[in-house]
Design a protein around this ligand. Structure first.
Ligand SMILES: Nc1ncnc2c1ncn2[C@@H]1O[C@H](COP(=O)(O)OP(=O)(O)OP(=O)(O)O)[C@@H](O)[C@H]1O
Ligand SMILES: [Mg+2]
Length: 352
C-alpha cells in the first residue's frame, strides 16, 4: 500500500473516534466524511452535516481537526463543512412531495406567539442555508401574510397554486385566497379541505423544512393535520406564567396522543413582566427537550406588525439571537428524530 493510502486510512480511523454530539455515533459510521485525501502532510475532507443550521458545527470541526492532527505525518488539516438535511422518510413516502421535514408550531392557548415564532424560525432556517416553506394552517385567522409582509401570491399556473416568497421563504396562507375584509365563517370540514389543499395543490418545490403555523387550541386543525400528514414533530410554544403552561401541557399531550414526536418547548415573552422558567419546567416535567426562551421585546411585535421578522431586520438583537439559536436547536432535534432515536432518551440539552 502506498504511504498516501496508508495515511488516508489512518486519518479515517482517527475520524471514526470523533462522535457527533447529538447523534451519539462517530462521524465515519454516520457517513459524514466525504472526499478524504492526503497530500504530503495535509489531510483534507468534507464533513457532511445533517443540517446547515447545526448548532455544534464549530465543535465537530474542531474535534475532527484535533483527532486527525494526532496521525503521525499529518501537519495540516483542511476541512470543508457541507450539509444535506436529514429527511423524515414518511413525509416524502406518504405525501409524494419533495419535502424533507414537516414541523408544526402549536400551543394550547391563543396569543402566545406561535405565528411570530413560526415566521422567525422559518427565516432563521433559511438564513442558515436551508430551503424552507411556511404554511399558515390558521385558516380562520391567518396572520402570516402580515407577519411576512406579503400582499398576495403569484397567479396560479396550470391549476397549481404558487406560494408567495418573502425573506427567502415560500409562504402559503388562506389570507391570500380570501377577501381580508370579509369574515371567514368556515366549518370543520372546510378547514380539513383547506389544509389538505395546501399540500396537494401548492407547488412547493424542494423543501428541507416546512414550518406549519397552527391556530390556537387542540381542535380540528391540529387533529386534521396530525392525521392527514406525517408530522416530523411538533413544537409547543408557551408563555412563562403557569396558566399558559397548563394550556401548553394540553397541547403537548394532544400531540403525544396522536403519536407526533415533540421536538420541544419554546418559552416566549420571558422577562420581568411574565417571569421566566415555566417553559423549562414544563419540558422537564414531560421529559421533552427545552428549546430555549425568547425575551419579551417590543421590537418583536413592531417587526411583526410591519411584516419584518426580527431575525431578518435586527439580527443582532437579543430576541433575534435567541430565535436563531432556537432554530438551530430545532434543526438538531429534527436530525435526532430522523436518526430514529426517541427525543426522550437523549439527555436534554439547554442553550445558555
Ligand atoms: N417575544 C415577543 N415580544 C413581544 N411581543 C411578542 C413576542 N412574541 C409575540 N409577540 C406579539 O404578541 C402578539 C401575539 O403573537 P402571535 O400572533 O404570534 O401569537 P399566536 O400564538 O400566533 O396567536 P393566535 O393564537 O391568535 O394565532 C403579537 O402582537 C406579537 O407581535
Ligand atoms: Mg397565530
Amino acid at each position: 500500500m502506498s504511504d498516501t493510502k496508508q495515511l488516508e486510512e489512518q486519518v479515517m480511523a482517527r475520524l471514526a473516534t470523533v462522535m457527533e454530539p447529538e447523534l451519539h455515533r462517530d462521524l465515519v459510521t454516520l457517513k459524514m466524511i466525504r472526499d478524504l485525501k492526503v497530500d504530503g502532510d495535509t489531510a483534507s475532507f468534507t464533513i457532511m452535516l445533517t443540517t446547515p443550521a447545526c448548532p455544534l458545527k464549530g465543535q465537530i470541526e474542531e474535534s475532527a481537526r484535533q483527532a486527525v492532527l494526532q496521525v503521525p505525518g499529518i501537519k495540516e488539516v483542511r476541512i470543508k463543512l457541507d450539509s444535506s438535511v436529514s429527511a423524515d422518510n414518511r413525509v416524502s413516502g406518504r405525501l409524494n412531495l419533495d419535502i424533507k421535514n414537516l414541523i408544526a408550531v402549536s400551543s394550547g392557548k391563543g396569543g402566545v406567539g406561535k405565528s411570530t415564532i413560526a415566521a422567525n424560525l422559518a427565516v432563521a432556517l433559511h438564513q442558515s442555508g436551508a430551503s424552507v416553506g411556511l404554511m399558515d394552517a390558521d385558516i380562520l385567522g391567518p396572520n402570516l401574510p402580515m407577519l411576512m409582509g406579503i400582499e398576495g401570491m403569484p397567479p396560479p399556473r396550470e391549476d397549481r397554486l404558487i406560494p408567495a416568497e418573502a425573506y427567502g421563504v415560500k409562504v402559503m396562507s388562506m389570507g391570500f385566497l380570501v377577501d381580508p375584509d370579509r369574515p371567514l365563517i368556515w366549518r370543520g370540514p372546510m378547514v380539513h379541505g383547506a389544509i389538505r389543499q395546501f399540500f396537494s395543490d401548492v407547488e412547493w418545490g424542494q423543501l428541507d423544512y416546512m414550518i406549519i403555523d397552527l391556530p390556537p387550541g387542540t381542535g380540528d386543525a391540529q387533529l386534521t393535520l396530525a392525521q392527514s400528514v406525517p408530522l416530523t414533530g411538533a413544537i409547543i410554544v408557551t408563555q412563562p406564567q403557569d396558566v399558559a403552561v397548563g394550556d401548553a401541557l394540553r397541547g403537548l399531550v394532544m400531540f403525544e396522543h396522536v403519536r407526533v414526536p415533540i421536538i420541544g418547548v419554546i418559552e416566549n415573552m420571558s422577562g420581568d413582566f411574565f417571569g421566566s422558567g415555566g417553559g423549562e419546567k414544563l419540558a422537564a416535567r414531560q421529559g421533552v427537550p427545552f428549546l430555549g426562551s425568547v425575551p419579551l421585546d417590543p421590537q418583536v411585535r413592531i417587526g411583526g406588525d410591519s411584516g419584518k421578522p426580527i431575525v431578518a431586520t435586527n439580527p443582532d438583537s437579543p430576541a433575534a439571537q435567541a430565535l436563531t439559536r432556537i432554530a438551530q436547536e430545532v434543526a438538531a432535534r429534527v436530525s435526532v428524530i430522523n436518526f430514529g432515536q426517541s427525543g426522550n432518551v437523549i439527555p436534554i440539552k439547554t442553550i445558555g
